[in-house]
Write a protein that binds this ligand. Structure first.
Ligand SMILES: [Zn+2]
Length: 257
């Protein structure tokens, strides 16, 4: 956007080159900051928009047992939750994933997605972890469905080592999870006080089946009216995307420790 605006301004001022003032070619060279690579160039990020709009119409598919990543099995997928005004979790995760994809691309990252539409069924939770083998990190997007409508706020989940991830990967997942929570707070999202700063669970097959650093974001409580309004808003979704970029940059970016 900025580039095209500047270009238009230049084009609107024909006197720039005709009146002897410096032209673009004689301008000072761009500073190193301006020509350095974007912060996430070289990184491939797997984005998993939770659930899918066709899951409800395919109960046999989504109830099938699949590997849970720790030696057991789990149902392929679920329909997910929904806000009281009828905004389904699968649409929230799908729409937010588009914002995340754009923000990551702008930051120089490659993006792979676990699903390519919001009106089919699956993939199953094991595949939602395994598809990230093609990436350097996995971010799984969800909205939570606590029955208590006064509950609100986000929480971030990782899995400990013992699934497909080893100790180093699990540690990086934790670092990424904490960075994501901090970045979300910085954009104005509130933590759900019912949860730890970072929730560590062994029962989430998406995370267990990931061999790369992986986090799951429960971005808010969809049955809470205030959270639902935030999650349904373009601004709320953009803030999530911004936070994902900030967190990945903190852990994987050029300036990361
Ligand atoms: Zn979910």
């Amino acid at each position: 956007m900025v580039t095209s605006t500047s270009a238009e301004r230049v084009a609107d001022q024909p006197g720039d080159s005709a009146d002897g003032s410096p032209t673009a070619t004689s301008s000072p060279a761009a500073s190193p900051e301006e020509i350095s690579a974007p912060p996430l160039s070289g990184l491939t990020v797997a984005i998993d928009p939770g659930h899918n709009g066709g899951n409800g119409a395919h109960p046999d598919t989504i109830s099938a047992d699949v590997p849970d990543g720790r030696g057991g099995t789990k149902a392929c997928n679920t329909v997910g939750t929904s806000s009281d005004d009828g905004y389904p979790e699968h649409r929230f995760t799908w729409e937010t994933a588009q914002e995340v994809q754009t923000a990551l691309s702008d930051a120089g990252a490659e993006v792979v997605m676990s699903r390519s539409s919001d009106d089919s069924a699956g993939p199953c939770v094991d595949e939602r972890g395994r598809f990230a083998d093609a990436a350097d990190a996995l971010v799984s997007l969800h909205g939570n469905g606590t029955e208590d409508r006064s509950a609100r706020g986000f929480h971030v989940i990782t899995a400990p080592a013992g699934g497909r991830a080893g100790d180093d990967t699990a540690r990086t997942s934790e670092a990424l999870g904490r960075a994501l929570a901090e970045a979300l707070e910085a954009t104005g999202f509130d933590r759900n006080p019912a949860y730890d700063d970072l929730v560590v669970r062994t029962d989430l097959a998406t995370l267990n089946n990931a061999a790369v650093p992986a986090v799951m974001l429960e971005a808010g409580e969809m049955r809470n009216a205030e959270d639902a309004e935030l999650l349904e808003s373009r601004q709320g979704q953009e803030h999530i995307a911004e936070a994902v970029v900030t967190a990945l940059t903190a852990v994987f970016g050029d300036a990361a420790p």
